[in-house]
Design a protein around this ligand. Structure first.
Ligand code: URA
Length: 281
């Protein structure tokens, strides 16, 4: 991972980044969670890493797939996608016409980053700039996401993979519909299985809906210990952290502090995950 990696010379300092995110100076104080509040969650999360599901954990369940617009049997299609390697996945997503989003896209956007990253960040779907450039999170929200990554010593492309719930831009940057996310879910599932991240961070409601299902408001889900189940990931259960979408944070200053809390929690979880040896596949 990039922790400890010297920042490049053009990078902002941590203090500058925190200011940029509107999180300074109160960030530092909020970065120290109270023991009373965090301990039960950490105990539960530690038990996830050791293979026994915590009582409080809610396992991820992808939204039930809908009917493919192409008419293919969803089960067959899912199986085909589940068997793809990275090249097949790239091609499959580029050629995908399984829902109406293909009609207005310039290109499908699979994801970006280290394909064996420990960290997987999942957003909603490509916007106009992502659609034009073929890379997730390259617009204003992406700049904030990059700042968030830097704040926890991460860097796009280095031990981090960034994907979206849907691979094609919803017209007008609207939120993807449940059926669109369901049709796209096998691609995301396959990405997770190939990457085998140690931690998944869900950015915003659509990502939560796509991976965990419709469980409630984002505010009610933050801080709860979700896991992505071993069966889906083809390996170990993966802790899942829910936080706000960067585009939302650009509009809502007060919630940036909460996002920082989430990132701190994610970093703690990652340290725990790394302390536990991975099981062989
Ligand atoms: N918002 C997202 O959720 N994903 C992107 O790739 C860009 C903006």
């Amino acid at each position: 991972m990039s922790a400890g990696t010297p920042p490049d010379e053009t990078a902002l300092t941590r203090a500058q980044l925190l200011r940029e995110m509107g999180l300074s100076p109160q960030w530092k104080l909020r970065a120290q969670p109270s023991v009373g509040r965090m301990t039960p969650v950490l105990i539960a999360e530690a038990s996830v890493e050791q293979g026994s599901p915590p009582v409080a954990a809610v396992t991820a369940s992808f939204a039930t797939p809908g009917v493919s617009a192409s008419g293919a049997s969803v089960t067959d299609r899912e199986q085909q996608i589940a068997d793809l390697d990275w090249d097949g996945l790239r091609q499959g997503v580029a050629d995908c016409r399984a829902c109406g989003l293909c009609q207005e896209r310039r290109q499908a956007v699979l994801g970006v980053g280290d394909t064996s990253a420990d960290w997987l960040f999942i957003g909603e779907g490509p916007g106009a700039e992502e659609d034009a450039r073929g890379e997730p999170f390259v617009g204003a929200a992406g700049k904030l996401l990059d700042a968030m990554l830097t704040a926890i010593d991460l860097k796009r492309g280095s031990d981090v993979y960034i994907a979206n719930a849907v691979k094609c831009r919803p017209p007008g940057n609207r939120t993807p519909e449940a059926a669109e996310m369901a049709v796209c879910a096998p691609y995301l599932r396959r990405q997770i299985a190939l990457i085998r991240p140690r931690l998944i961070v869900l950015l915003g409601r659509a990502a939560v809906h796509a991976v965990l299902g419709e469980l409630g408001s984002l505010a009610s889900l933050r801080g709860k210990p979700f896991v992505y189940p071993a069966a889906e990931s083809d390996g170990q259960a993966i802790p899942v952290v829910v936080t706000y979408h960067p585009a939302y944070l650009l509009r809502s200053m007060p919630d940036k502090a909460k996002a920082w809390e989430d990132l701190c929690r994610a970093r703690t979880l990652m340290r725990t995950a790394k302390a536990v040896p991975s099981l062989p596949m």
